[in-house]
Write a protein that binds this ligand. Sequence first.
Ligand code: TYM
Length: 344
Amino acid sequence: MAKFPELVFSGVQPTGNLHLGNYLGALKRFVEMQKTHPCIYCVVDLHAMTMPHDPATLRRTTREVTAAFLACGIDPKKNAVFNQSRVAEHAELAWVLDCVARLGWLNRMTQFKEKAGKDRENASVGLYNYPVLMAADILLYRATHVPVGEDQKQHLELARDIAQKFNNDFAAGIAERGYGDGFFPLPEPLIQGPATRVMSLRDGSKKMSKSDPSEYSLIALTDDPDAIANKIRKAKTDPGALPSEVEGLAGRPEADNLVGIYAALADESRTEVLARFGGGQFSAFKTALAELTVARLAPIRAEMLRLNADPAHVDSVLAEGARKAREIAQPNMDAVKDIVGLIR
Ligand code: TYM
């Protein structure tokens, strides 16, 4: 496989309030990646249409997620920050990749099964097709690295399968045009750190999720310090003390989750956290965790609120980001059209 220049791409859906899982699994990692890589960060508004949605809410949440990107420290001057629908090539490439992906591959996608629920016949075709659009997002830029939470692993594997099949199916035309043995890189998921799967504060067996009906299950990035402290105080735990070693977290999902959250916020490992808090009661640990969470999230919340009051600025960031994204997307889409035989 040819060597591709390293480029990071990732996306976040503008559905509901972003939470601590989104921050630790994705946004915090996005900020770290921009120190070492060129990055493209996308608010995936087309994906947010795959479930029933309200147009006015979609407009608002698209701006709010953009504000969250900026408030967390993503630099829109250095990177492209934009909303997906602005760059028409995402949808265009998705169609080409629809014709590459196999039905059997999509039938295995667990997120579709979860989201469609029992009434699968009534799910939107877009929801079924969601992972192909996601592959198009990444491959459109020929991105090599994709920071995501654990829940996106299967979608990333599909993106790699689609890239590989495209490279194989059109190998002759790809080589003829000087792209060596592959036009698309096989994008690598970056699922790293102590909090790649942050769990609900109410139930250590369930992922922290925007769609959870219990507000005590998640910490929203817009929660004020009192709400954060209250939710952490009420977080479910077990009756034991904190273990002194990581092995002692086995079979204790709630304890493991809180220690993982602390570790990620403090930029430490679980081992380091337990060296300090091991042997102690949860109450003392929860107080420390609440303080740390407030210290990390309060500045982000303040900046989000400031940006939410300045939609003109947010819109200008999105417009400029889309312009930069198109500069990469358009020539790549032209090349795809040539490779597959579409006259342009
Ligand atoms: P979305 O919008 O559901 O979530 C955004 C990011 O947050 C991560 N995440 C979590 N990480 C840790 N713990 C959790 N409880 C948790 N919940 C969510 C997700 O893994 C994700 O990284 N399909 C994607 C959006 C997307 C995308 C892309 C991502 C569309 N195109 C291309 C990467 C590349 C999604 O629904 O993320």
